[in-house]
Design a protein around this ligand. Structure first.
Ligand SMILES: NC(=O)c1ccc[n+]([C@@H]2O[C@H](COP(=O)([O-])OP(=O)(O)OC[C@H]3O[C@@H](n4cnc5c(N)ncnc54)[C@H](O)[C@@H]3O)[C@@H](O)[C@H]2O)c1
Length: 213
């Protein structure tokens, strides 16, 4: 890979490309042009070529891109060489819905939801989706036993800091945080905040722009 710094916008498009190439592979497509990627994803061809240029030569001019190679390449760029094992911390309304959803079953070869954790005795010991809900006290040893690398944090905001410390101490390096609170961790801990309200506001803004208001 080029040692140029990859822009945030390119990083955000990586999973979008991967999802598209995966769907094309499943449909039996062997080769795609940047024009067909552009038309399908509504991203202009120049942006696609610039995004891909950060990763070296992925296709030949006039010949298009080989789908199998792209799927392998993007899969390794996004997930690395090991399957990512994911746990839900806080199995209430949102956490249990995510356990049942289980990534829609779409990416199970690269990411697996393997456990839930909670402090509430009424949910501990239950199986939701395919996952057992464990007591938070068991976090350290279950993380080691199941090689968990990522935590999805769905606890109330008052508990988020405490839960983050427990996650960090268990040796997990990635948190997807749904709690409405800004968390920081030690260097090497990557935290992504997810906020459906921001997405909705962005949708409102785009609707307003598209109507020319
Ligand atoms: N970002 C978004 O778009 C979005 C959308 C919906 C909800 N949320 C947030 O997600 C979080 C969960 O919402 P909910 O409706 O599922 O709440 P909930 O109260 O139904 O569930 C929270 C769960 O966390 C558990 N919990 C509390 N402290 C814990 C701890 N220290 N360790 C482990 N588990 C703990 C509780 O026992 C409970 O089961 C809230 O912070 C909410 O504000 C965010």
């Amino acid at each position: 890979m080029s040692d140029r710094i990859i822009p945030e916008a390119t990083k955000r498009r990586m999973p979008i490309y991967y999802k598209y190439f995966k769907s094309q592979q499943e449909a039996g497509t062997k080769r795609v042009s940047s024009k067909s990627i552009s038309d399908s994803l509504d991203i202009d061809s120049a942006t696609i070529r610039r995004d891909f240029s950060y990763f070296g030569e992925l296709g030949r001019k006039g010949y298009g891109y080989n789908i199998d190679s792209l799927v392998d390449f993007f899969s390794e760029q996004i997930f690395g060489k090991t399957v990512k094992k994911v746990a839900i911390i806080g199995v209430g309304n949102l956490g249990s819905a995510l356990l049942r959803y289980n990534f829609g079953g779409n990416v199970s070869n690269s990411m697996q939801l393997v456990a839930g954790f909670d402090i509430d005795e009424t949910v501990i010991g239950k199986t939701i989706g395919n996952c057992v809900v464990y007591n938070m006290d068991e976090l350290n040893h279950i993380v080691k036993e199941k090689n968990i690398n990522i935590a999805i944090l769905t606890v109330p905001k008052e508990s988020a800091e405490e839960a983050k410390i427990a996650i960090e101490n268990a040796g997990i390096h990635g948190i997807m945080n749904f709690a409405p609170v800004k968390l920081t961790g030690h260097e090497g801990l990557v935290i992504h905040d997810v906020d459906i309200t921001l997405e909705l506001q962005s949708l409102c803004f785009n609707m307003k722009l598209s109507r020319g208001e």
